[in-house]
Design a protein around this ligand. Structure first.
Ligand code: C2E
Ligand code: CA
Ligand code: CA
Ligand code: CA
Length: 283
């Protein structure tokens, strides 16, 4: 037993070492990867719960690593965040996805109300160039600010002072939507919401998951109902993420949520997918 324990520890150590080495390697490889164009974006549709029509899409970045294959953002965003590379990487994501949104709009006869959601990490929020960069990207692509939604996590805004909120307020004044991402995972201070320049609440997947059980936990239902009614009374739209089943979608629709995102509708995918979903109304 003793030696088995020893082996286990050795094994765990080795695993930890390997993870650290990989982390180190990935961190060092990030700048060149950005230059070489190894990042790409998948788009996941957001749909209106009412009629299933496409509302827009969230841009989700991936890294096509020459040795490790396709890496999800959880593998490298924290590293990019740590080294500050998130600023140029995030700018690239914004540029790329705003240009893509413009292409979708042009390909629709009516110009389409299709919107694009882009994630902002805390370091990007603190970066002084945020507002100017965003304005420039929108102007260059010819996309109206109202078609862009920037997603900021609730935790990034907890305790945020006016200095941090000012750029978001400026963007919101221009017509850019600000969404509070992963809402309900932090220490949500609902009263705090009034102070934040947000127009969308994005309910975390954990709420959606609790709708999976049949019957759903009545307390969870009450909580979601309460959040939705508070959000609506503050004129915030409510999006839910992680919808995997039709039953969840039905439940969330009944609870008054506005838009939804999840595998039930579509997995993140190539930009053409969004276009064909809009054209065929396949969802
Ligand atoms: P997030 O913003 O909460 O994005 C939603 C995540 O849930 C995505 O994971 C998406 O693929 C996944 N998802 C969507 N529908 C379902 C579903 O029905 N079931 C389940 N189980 N999962 C679903 P992904 O793409 O791995 O992204 C992870 C996180 O990485 C994102 O979480 C976001 O915080 C971050 N991220 C992604 N792209 C960017 C980016 O360009 N910049 C920054 N700063 N962060 C990003
Ligand atoms: Ca997000
Ligand atoms: Ca989220
Ligand atoms: Ca989430």
């Amino acid at each position: 037993a003793k030696s088995a324990g020893g082996n286990r520890f050795e094994f765990a150590d080795r695993e930890a070492d390997e993870r650290a080495i990989t982390r180190h390697g990935l961190t060092n490889a990030l700048p060149a990867a950005l230059e070489r164009g190894e990042f790409f974006i998948e788009y996941q549709p957001l749909v209106h719960l009412g009629d299933g029509s496409v509302h827009g899409a969230e841009a989700l970045v991936r890294w096509s690593h020459p040795q490790h294959g396709v890496l999800g953002p959880d593998r490298f965003i924290p590293l990019a965040e740590h080294t500050g590379l998130i600023v140029p990487l995030g700018r690239w994501v914004l540029e790329e996805s705003v240009a893509q949104a413009r292409v979708w709009q042009e390909r629709h006869a009516d110009g389409g109300p299709l919107r694009i959601n882009v994630n902002l990490s805390p370091t990007q929020l603190h970066h002084p160039g945020l507002v100017a960069d965003t304005v420039e990207v929108l102007e260059r692509a010819g996309l109206s600010p109202g078609a862009l939604c920037l997603e900021v996590t609730e935790s990034a805004l907890i305790g945020a002072d006016e200095g941090l909120l000012k750029p978001l307020r400026q963007l919101a004044d221009m017509g850019v939507d600000i969404a509070l991402d992963d809402f309900g995972t932090g220490y949500s201070n609902l009263a705090n919401l009034r102070r934040l320049p947000v127009s969308v609440l994005k309910l975390d997947r954990s709420f959606t998951q609790s709708m999976q059980r049949a019957p759903a936990d009545p307390v969870d239902l009450k909580i979601v109902e309460g959040i939705v009614s508070l959000a609506h009374s503050l004129e915030l739209a409510v999006t839910v993420e992680g919808v995997e089943t039709g039953a969840q979608a039905d439940q969330l629709r009944e609870l008054g949520c506005d838009t939804a995102q999840g595998w039930y509708y579509a997995r993140p995918g190539a930009p053409d997918r969004i276009h064909s979903l809009v054209l065929t109304d396949a969802i």
